[in-house]
Design a protein. Sequence first.
Length: 69
Amino acid sequence: MKKLFAIALIAVSFAACNSGETSTEGAEATADSLNAQVEAVADSAQATIDSAAATVDSAAAAAVDSLKK
């Protein structure tokens, strides 16, 4: 039984020490890609908001002009 525990302890220590290699290159590329996508969505949202604001302004101006007549 003692041999079994010793072998199990050695196996667990090898499994625990095997952290493998980590690479940050893929993470940096993913972060850059996500940043570009976020900027594209933000630009698109800003264009939509500007368009909606211009539509509201022109509708309000038209309503004011029609009330003056």
